[in-house]
Design a protein around this ligand. Sequence first.
Ligand code: AMP
Length: 373
Amino acid sequence: MIQVIDKSFEVFITKDEIQQEILSLAAKINDDYRDKDLVFLSVLNGAFMFTSDLMKNISLDCEVSFVKMSSYSGVESRGRVDELIGLGDNIAGRDIIIVEDIVDTGITIDKIISLLEPEGVASVRVCTLLYKPDAFKGTKRPDYIGFSIPNAFVVGYGLDYNEKGRNLDTIYQIREQKKQRNSMLNIVLFGPPGAGKGTQSERLIEQYGLIHLSTGDIFRANIKGETELGVLAKTYIDKGQLVPDEVTINMLKAEVGKHDNPQGFIFDGFPRTIAQAEALDVYLESIGTGITSMISLDVAEDELKARLANRAKTGGRPDDANPDVIQNRIDVYRKETSPVKNYYETQEKWVMIDGLGTIDEITVRLFAAVNAL
Ligand code: AMP
């Protein structure tokens, strides 16, 4: 890796690869122009190094000139006027190869060709070390191409970043500035009871290899196992109230700590209070990670009630069967849990997606939101 001014670059094309490619370009040109009267027009500044190495391998009886594109404001005409500086009187009736370090949009090459045509040249071809097909918008595709490269910023071997880096013998590519987050993907899946958090979590686990931590599920497992925690939690859950923060937070930390090197977590049903959100941040930071995003599933209240009533028939959850408990859970969500959204919103980590529609439709929205993180 190298640093040019304020940017980091990594090796893209080594000097050996460049020299190897130049040998084959030169061999083709030597072959194609064996009996021709050839003038190379090298375009300054970028092509100086490429031209120099290329010429050492050209065995033809040829001429080499250097030109520079310039554009200035005309005195009478509006707009810019293009000029080719350094063009001698040696090109009329001659075969020309324009030598470029890089062709990206192709606009410069088109301009140069349009300026050469009135000079009565016999033919014009373009030889470039680098070519960016994805950026190309011109009419004259290069005839001799060293390397076709993706549309990324490159420096070295004649190419500059703010005039620096031309002297490097290797071509470097700018390093992608990755978003500032560690490699774990930690998602808080948020939404009122019945929003579909459990169902969508299953899809996220499969797609992104995450570990699903649902505090509701953990409480239910404890209730079933008749543990001390389960007995305590049941008194709250049966009424649709929240289990006290201290109990819930300690339980969650213990669950997170059970996993070695996870790719990330989906927190489902947690945090439900600001105190829980703060405790989670402190804990995740202590293990070198943090919340990537809170994704909120937005569903209208009537739809929620209908879904919960439906789930009561198959899900085996007593808290889904009682309309008073359902209402209380929704009220608790509005009053105590909704503020958690603001907590993540102020950290610019809150994303809302429409939770209405088929399970598949919601999954598509959810994956799009995760992919954009
Ligand atoms: P859920 O399965 O997420 O709908 O949770 C069912 C019940 O478990 C809730 O109504 C609460 O009583 C309790 N519970 C689940 N998660 C939490 C939490 N983070 N904080 C407090 N209570 C919770």
